[in-house]
Design a protein around this ligand. Structure first.
Ligand code: ADP
Ligand code: MG
Length: 496
């Protein structure tokens, strides 16, 4: 494929990698799909193709799982914990050494602002790897004090086996790190399946893993679509599935894992309630709430997409948010000064526009955005959009939109807002803005969510568990719980 359509802003290194060819990474080797199939990744800022990449099918899933198994039974399984930790550190170093290129590739493939890709996606990827690089030497079992004479009983922590790790398009490199770092720390091996919209940085990360000295077959990268992911989910050689994506697909994967009794963790959708109490510092609350929804163009599972504001502050908060939305610079990911990039795809743009139409039809009042930003060109751009809504039961107030659309409503009391925030099916995140420490803790306890943010939105750290309750998922990533998901406990009995 010609590189003629790639944006001029790209550095030579990023341009060369983006141009391809993009093959699967199986057992340390770049290979075409067994049937030669390909897909095309598109630049969402221009709607132009970037490059073709391999579309893996069941035969490729077989080969990748076999390679992952061989590495587990071979080189990788034989490494000492210290050596394993060292290799994960080296991968973190390789990510940092190639940070500029990775950020460009991420910005190109997702449309997100280059600066964000650099300071969030790439920087957090290295941090995440470093955090888990410290764990292999700390996976202690225990001696178990059984009430029988003449035996010694202890537990071993063993890697779960070959993992299938399926990730979405909103933070492609970071989601890859969230998946592979704990798996490698546990001593497992993996087949990583990036989203069909964003294959580039996962492929580059797979290369960097090899360059860092991680043995071939430990990290395999199968690019492809939902059918590729399903082939991995159904593969009998896979012991554990880790999935981040939509609740609809998560339900299917959870059901399949239930039938096959594979271990599974699911990080799914959200409609996260953000509550501004009457005593909040409005400057920080408005700024944080704006970032909470419009960051990454609303394409974040923990987006602050449902805003509740104390009734006597409602008009002020809404008008300040609307003003900020009107001023936001929407543009191409690689363009200087862009605050909000495009949506990921034509399909996602259509979906978001459909929700904006439904909000209007359902009687919500449009107070900002709703259309196409001026001078947007052919990319998938939608203005940052703000609705106020009286009813909680309309689609835009209940369903995950995954775009730059905020729905705000007033409330009167703490109990009322907690009940309304908890009424939905999701439970990923919730936020509270207040100066009253008592109300902060009361709401933190009352809100049904895996994560509660007080006077901030969406901070993240490899040490702090992240995940959802209700339809937002099963299990936690980060910290010790994130590691436990990749370990099995074995109880050993020794007759003395
Ligand atoms: P979205 O709708 O936002 O694209 P999805 O949940 O469809 O989110 O996709 C998230 C990831 O799951 C992607 O890597 C996608 O290819 C993969 N995927 C989609 N459908 C399936 C499926 N049935 N089984 C396994 N993986 C799937
Ligand atoms: Mg793309």
């Amino acid at each position: 494929m010609s590189t003629a359509t790639l944006p001029d802003e790209l550095s030579p290194a990023a341009r060369e990698f983006a141009a391809g060819p993009h093959r699967l990474l199986i057992g340390g080797e770049p290979v075409a799909a067994a049937d030669g199939a390909t897909l095309t990744t598109v630049d969402p800022s221009t709607a132009r193709p970037i490059a073709e990449f391999a579309h893996a099918g069941p035969a490729d899933a077989d080969a990748a799982v076999a390679a992952a198994r061989a590495a587990l039974d071979g080189d990788w399984g034989a490494l000492t914990p210290a050596a394993r930790g060292d290799l994960i550190h080296r991968l973190a170093e390789a990510v940092e050494a190639n940070a500029a290129e990775l950020a460009e590739l991420e910005s190109l493939d997702t449309g997100k602002p280059l600066k964000l890709a650099r300071i969030v996606d790439v920087a957090k990827t290295a941090e995440h790897l470093r955090y888990y690089a410290g764990w292999p030497t700390k996976l202690t079992g225990e001696v178990i004090p059984v009430s029988q004479p003449g035996v010694h009983v202890y537990s071993r922590r063993e890697p779960v086996g070959v993992c299938a790790q399926i990730i979405p398009w909103n933070f492609p490199l970071l989601m890859a790190a969230w998946k592979i770092a704990p798996a490698l720390a546990a001593g497992a091996t993996t087949v990583l399946k990036p989203a069909e919209q964003t294959p580039l940085t996962a492929l580059r990360l797979g290369q960097l893993a090899l360059e860092a000295g991680i043995p071939p077959g430990v990290v395999n990268v199968l690019t492809g679509d939902g059918a590729t992911g399903a082939a991995l989910v159904d593969h009998p050689g896979v012991a554990k599935i880790a999935f981040t994506g939509s609740t609809a697909v998560g339900r299917e994967i959870g059901a399949a894992a239930g039938r096959s009794l594979k271990r599974v963790t699911l990080e799914l959708g959200g409609k996260s309630a953000n509550v501004i109490l009457p005593d909040a510092d409005l400057d920080t609350a408005v700024k944080g709430s704006f970032q909470g929804i419009y960051y990454n163009t609303g394409q974040a599972c923990n987006a602050a997409s449902r805003l509740f504001v104390a009734a006597d502050r409602f008009d002020e908060v809404v008008s300040r948010l609307a003003e900020s939305a009107g001023r936001a610079r929407v543009g191409a990911g690689l363009a200087e000064g862009t605050q909000l990039g495009p949506l990921i795809s034509a399909e996602q743009e259509e979906r978001v526009r459909g929700y904006i139409d439904s909000g209007r039809r359902d009687g919500a009042e449009l107070v900002a955005g709703g259309g196409t930003p001026e001078g947007a060109g052919d990319g998938y751009f939608v203005e940052p959009t703000l609705f106020t809504a009286a009813a909680d039961d309309i689609a835009i107030a209940r369903e995950e939109i995954f775009g730059p659309v905020l729905v705000a409503s007033p409330f009167e009391s703490l109990e009322e807002v907690a009940a309304r925030a908890n009424a939905g099916e999701y439970g990923l995140a919730a936020g509270v803005w207040t100066r009253d420490v008592g109300n902060a803790h009361r709401l933190a306890a009352l809100l049904q969510a895996g994560n509660v943010y007080v006077n901030t939105w969406g901070p993240s750290d490899a040490a702090a568990p992240f995940g959802g309750v209700k339809a937002s998922g099963i299990g936690r990533e980060h910290g010790r719980p994130g590691l436990e998901a990749y370990l099995e406990d074995k109880t050993v009995w020794i007759a003395l």
